[in-house]
Write a protein that binds this ligand. Structure first.
Ligand code: ADP
Length: 669
């Protein structure tokens, strides 16, 4: 049934309207003030206004009617109406009234109004769902951004609050395994009685959710965290009668806690879905957070164990070294005959003992080296040097062992003589390991050592070494130790550089070893800004390569310098970088000065304080070649003359790199 409000004094019109809508309710009214009361109280669907009414002005009436949700219809008769009236009216019909037209007009506009109302309602629902979706989306992206358990739970609660407007939420979580926390977020204060009830309820919910609860929660160990928005009012038990939603925070069988919310205004089924979705969303991040927590704890334990292991190896190796040296010395005395004569048999056995003591000492040294490298305590003494004498030295040392097996060691030096910045003892160690391995794993053919200068771009290597070699840039001295022995399978190529790796073959079992030589060599090469790798074919032999940056090379200079600076800084010494921009004249002038070195860097404004030269361990020079070489010679002689004042001061120079924008002027320790 439709409700009409009819504003007319014309009996004819009143009669027609009553006739057309006889089965509907028609409220007649012609009192201007009453009209609005009827509109408010009766809420009619249609208002029919007689355009010829004389009793009051239609303008303000029509303007006001617009604010009511009604269909308005004007019967246009004798009177003319201006825009103030017509603009605010929905429908028009001419007098005398055509009954059919009146009925059809009202009917169709009522239908339109109904569908408009429906649309508005579904629009509102859509907007609400969109808002909730937006909250869901924002919450999930925020959840993805953290692995902190507390933050995750807070983001979840905020998401639920934004989309469901609760009055109180109770969240049970485990901050750590045995630390249950009940987080209460409430609009108003919570009475003590309510708090006790909530605690009890949380414990009961926990116990009823899990058939076999992993921890026992008691009132006494349940921590409470309250976030109260307004202090103006206090909730008591009444809130427990509000509508509520509850969801466990669980992933498969893993239980993280639960979430419960209370609201006076009842929750719809859509609200429940949103709530469940929001709670479910937090479970995977919570699980990742737990894994991360566990992983961190395990990592800390592992690091501690690793440290303990290194310390243990270091202490034990030290302790073993002293008695072993004594054993070796005693055997030397016996073998020298100083302890008395011995039979051939005794000499044979003591020599065997000595050989094994030397081997044992090698193993202990390897263990010590690896523990030092791992602890970052390996000392290096870098200096500008030529590698060839070191290769010659290692060759002559091992030649006898090789010859005992019928092998020869051949060395082909580089045609181009270059210097590298290296620790000669460590280089010797690497070379000795490579050549000894070559002897160990070879039964015939020569062992060939070569040294060449190459650019990093020209290096050829197996894919498995890409990580080590792709970072190299510039010119390098490439040393290769080649043998024609048993070779290494491709799958094992990279593993030979792993700690304690011994490739499974009959020979390696027979010859023995610790499997530490190559990992140590790799670390030593890294410390030299170089690399080590190998290439091999089973049955044909192996090639072990290592590279060290060429010292006077433009592209390597900055890298080496950085390494030296770091090293000097960790030793507490100072490095000066001298840029030679001056002409020879100026240098000459500086060198003639008594305090030439201080003046040099002062002139280049590199070192603020006077007298720092005494702590200098290295001077690096950039500039054109003749000036650099000239200055280097002069500085050398000054240092030579003032040894006690300057101590040991290395000089390294690189020419033709003026204007390099990456340079730093000085490093101080
Ligand atoms: P080890 O003390 O056992 O020789 P290394 O770290 O020096 O320890 O070498 C590790 C393993 O690499 C060796 O046990 C061997 O299996 C393999 N290997 C090293 N050099 C060669 C080589 N020249 N030919 C064949 N296999 C080699």
């Amino acid at each position: 049934m439709t409700k009409f409000l009819l504003i007319s004094e014309d009996n004819g019109k009143i009669e027609t309207v009553n006739k057309v809508f006889s089965s509907d309710e028609i409220i007649p009214c012609t009192d201007e003030t009453m009209i609005f009361d009827v509109l408010k109280v009766e809420e009619p669907d249609v208002v029919i206004i007689d355009g010829d009414i004389d009793k009051f002005d239609l303008k303000p009436l029509c303007r006001k009617i617009k604010s009511f949700p009604v269909v308005s219809l004007l019967i246009i008769g004798e009177k003319e109406h201006n825009k103030d009236v017509t603009h605010n009216i929905n429908l028009f019909i001419k007098a005398p009234i055509d009954e059919k037209l009146l009925e059809a007009t009202v009917d169709s506009s009522l239908k339109t109004r109904q569908s408009l109302l429906k649309m508005t309602k579904s629009n509102q629902e859509l907007a609400a769902s969109l808002y909730q979706l937006n909250v869901l989306y924002n919450t999930s992206s925020q959840l993805a951004g953290t692995l902190d358990k507390d933050k995750l739970v807070q983001i979840m609660i905020e998401g639920i609050e934004k989309s469901l407007n609760f009055e109180m939420s109770c969240t049970l979580i485990f901050r750590s395994e045995r630390e249950p926390v009940l987080i209460i977020n409430s609009l108003y204060k919570i009475s003590d009685r309510l708090l006790e009830a909530l605690k009890l309820r949380a414990i009961l919910s926990y116990k009823s959710l899990l058939t076999d609860p992993p921890y026992d929660i008691k009132i006494g160990n349940l921590k409470i965290e309250k976030n109260i928005k307004h202090n103006i009012k206090e909730y008591d038990f009444s809130i427990l009668r509000y509508d509520n939603l509850f969801a466990p925070i669980m992933l498969n069988d893993e239980f993280f806690g639960f979430e419960e919310i209370y609201r006076e205004h009842p929750f719809s089924t859509e609200d429940a879905t949103v709530f469940q979705t929001l709670v479910r969303q937090v479970t995977i991040p919570l699980q990742s957070a737990s894994f991360t927590q566990e992983l961190k704890a395990t990592n800390r334990k592992l690091q501690k164990l690793e440290r303990l292991k290194s310390e243990f190896i270091s202490i034990v190796s030290h302790e073993l070294r002293t008695p072993l040296t004594a054993i070796k010395n005693a055997m030397d005395i016996i073998l020298s005959g100083k302890a008395g004569d011995m039979t051939e048999n005794i000499e044979k056995f003591v020599s065997m003992g000595k050989r094994n003591a030397i081997r044992l000492s090698g193993i202990i040294n390897d263990l010590l080296d690896i523990s030092k490298i791992e602890a970052g305590k390996m000392d290096f003494k870098f200096e500008l040097m030529n590698v060839e004498p070191v290769i010659e030295y290692v060759r002559s040392n091992l030649l006898e062992v090789a010859r005992e097996k019928g092998l020869d060691i051949v060395f082909t030096p580089s045609a181009k003589q270059v210097e590298v910045y290296a620790d000669s003892n460590r280089l010797e160690q690497v070379l000795t390991n490579l050549v000894s391995n070559a002897i160990k794993f070879t039964t015939q053919g020569n062992i060939e050592i070569s040294a060449t200068v190459v650019n990093a771009r020209e290096l050829r290597y197996d894919q498995c070494f890409e990580e080590d070699i792709k970072k190299l840039q510039g010119n390098y001295l490439l040393v290769c130790v080649e043998d024609h022995g048993i070779g290494i399978e491709r799958k094992d190529l990279n593993h030979v550089f792993d700690k304690f790796a011994q490739i499974e073959n009959s020979l390696s079992r027979k010859v023995g070893g610790t499997g530490l030589g190559l990992p140590i060599a790799r670390q030593l090469m890294e410390a030299h800004n170089g690399a080590i790798w190998c290439d091999s074919e089973v049955g044909k032999g192996s090639k072990f390569y290592f590279v060290i940056p060429v010292a006077n090379d433009k592209s390597n200079f900055l890298m080496i310098r950085k390494q030296l600076a770091q090293q000097a800084r960790s030793n507490g010494s100072t490095i000066a970088v001298i840029k030679i921009k001056s002409t020879n004249d100026t240098i000459e002038k500086l060198l003639n000065d008594k305090n030439l070195l201080n003046k040099t860097y002062m002139a280049n404004s590199m070192i603020e304080k006077d007298g720092l030269m005494t702590t200098l361990s290295l001077i690096l020079m950039d500039g054109d070649k003749p000036s650099a070489e000239f200055l280097k010679k002069k500085i050398d002689s000054v240092i030579e003359q003032n040894k006690d004042l300057y101590g040991k001061c290395d000089i390294m120079y690189s020419y033709e790199i003026e204007g390099d924008t990456h340079e730093k002027d000085s490093y101080s320790g």
